[in-house]
Design a binder for this molecule. Structure first.
Ligand code: GLN
Length: 450
């Protein structure tokens, strides 16, 4: 029997689920119930008609609070929609609410949110990963049909891995960053977090495409990514970067990824060990380049133009400092200090310029490999989700990005998909990397593995 269910009924189901579980998961910073039900009454058409989604709270939504989970933006309502938000609306999607994140997307656990921590739905004592932890947790807990996250050094893929969902970081320039609150502009990219690979392709279709409002958005013919949703890896050449597997990684994670790789071999793929010699410098380069760009991007939060302004000041320059001092959390301050330091005259050549040179080497390493190989495979993260509060040393937290950061440095696309569970019942993530604009191939391999 053909049974239609109305968009309002769909929304009821999702908001009921949110009411049931979000007190313990805490995926959402704000819910947009009224707007959602109002849209449900409209005539929605498009590839995502009536599909309820969570949007990371660093994407601008017209008239709706966009906080970046920071106290400095706690009351900021953008006067316009980010291009991705506009595109989702045009495709008929409905926003359920804005998802929690590490403040300004700086972190790997969502513990750096200025408001509250998000919990991993598989085990509430564990972190959901970050910085798009709210988006990944919402999808994993059934609190959204899909979500958007942003990824500067792993923030889509790492939480997707920890939460057992699919997260795709597109090629730099494939998705418009217009309206995405900038963290590190040369690395930031928006992408889908979904339950499965097919949904990932559908969401990606809706958000890609050239945008004149973003000068780094690339003009290319837009493929239909759902055409790659077929099981076929015959003849595909896959490289396993040996540097990634020889590092100290959890043995269950390694085992699970190697088992998946074997499955691909059985399906006809050719798998070989390869070398990415510059990979070991990626993390060091990232934690110079990202804070440098962040320190510049965050200069705009001065108490004048956006959101929060401290009342405890007697003159303008005191107002700047107290606003920033009270508005930013510790990690954001740490990045601003790191960033201004590496950009300061006298240190610029030694740190920033050096990091940019390393960046070129990393990109060349990948380019070379992709002349010979279609895709590369690695674990997404060295371990499964750690416990909330366990990672007290920021440097230890930075290590969580070791497999994801090189991809942003090179600007290439990569997906994280579930590859099983560890003995504690926590999800394991596998990462597939491809050449620039190789999202189609990545999706096809991921779909075959799923
Ligand atoms: N965890 C990394 C950082 O803290 C990456 C964050 C991200 O991708 N936004 O910078």
């Amino acid at each position: 029997v053909d049974q239609e269910i109305s968009v309002t009924e769909v929304l009821n189901t999702f908001y009921e689920r949110i009411d049931q579980v979000d007190d313990s998961v805490r995926a959402y910073v704000s819910l947009t119930r009224d707007e959602a039900y109002q849209r449900a009454g409209e005539d929605l058409t498009g590839s995502l008609a009536g599909i309820p989604l969570a949007i990371k709270d660093n994407m601008s939504t017209e008239g709706i609070k966009t906080t970046c989970s920071s106290n400095i933006l706690n009351n900021y309502r953008p006067p316009y929609d980010a291009t991705v938000v506009k595109k989702l609306k045009e495709a008929g999607a409905i926003m359920l609410g804005k998802a929690n994140m590490d403040e300004f997307a700086m972190g790997s656990s969502t513990e750096n949110s200025g408001f509250f921590k998000t919990h991993n739905p598989w085990n509430l004592d564990h972190a959901p990963g970050g910085s798009s932890g709210g988006s990944a947790a919402a999808v994993a807990a059934g609190e959204a049909a899909g979500a958007l996250g942003s990824d500067t050094g792993g923030s889509i893929r790492q939480p997707a891995a920890y939460c057992g969902v699919v997260g795709l970081k597109p090629t730099y320039g494939n998705v418009s960053r217009y309206g995405l609150v900038a963290f590190a502009s040369s690395l930031d990219q928006i992408g889908p977090i979904t339950k499965d690979v097919k949904d990932s392709a559908i969401l990606l279709n809706a958000i890609t495409g050239h945008d004149p409002m973003d000068s780094t958005s690339v003009k290319i013919d837009k493929p239909d990514y759902t055409e790659f949703i077929k099981e076929d890896v015959k003849g595909l050449k896959i490289g396993l970067p040996e540097e990634y597997f020889s590092l100290e990684i959890n043995s269950e994670v390694k085992e699970s990824v190697l088992t998946a790789v074997k499955k691909m071999e059985e399906a006809g793929a050719i798998v070989e060990e390869v070398s990415l010699p510059s990979a070991e410098y990626a993390l060091a380069a990232y934690y110079i380049i990202a804070p440098a760009e962040a320190s510049s991007n965050l200069a705009r939060y001065d108490g004048v133009r956006y959101g929060f302004r401290s009342e405890q000041a007697s003159n303008v320059s005191e107002m700047f400092t107290t606003t920033r001092n009270q508005g930013f959390g510790d990690e954001v301050k740490r990045r601003i200090m790191l960033g201004t330091y590496v950009l300061s005259s006298g240190y610029y050549d030694a740190y920033y310029l050096k990091a940019q040179k390393v960046r070129t080497l990393i990109k060349e390493d990948f380019d070379k490999l992709f002349k010979e190989y279609d895709l590369l495979i690695s674990p997404t993260t060295p371990t499964t989700a750690f416990k909330l509060g366990e990672m007290s040393d920021p440097l230890e937290m930075y290590q969580m990005d070791i497999f994801t950061v090189p991809i942003n440095i090179a600007g290439i696309p990569a997906i994280s998909l579930p590859s099983g569970f560890d003995s504690a019942g926590l999800p394991i993530g596998l990462q597939i990397m491809g050449p620039h604009f190789g999202e189609g191939k990545i999706l096809q391999a991921a779909y075959t593995l799923e």
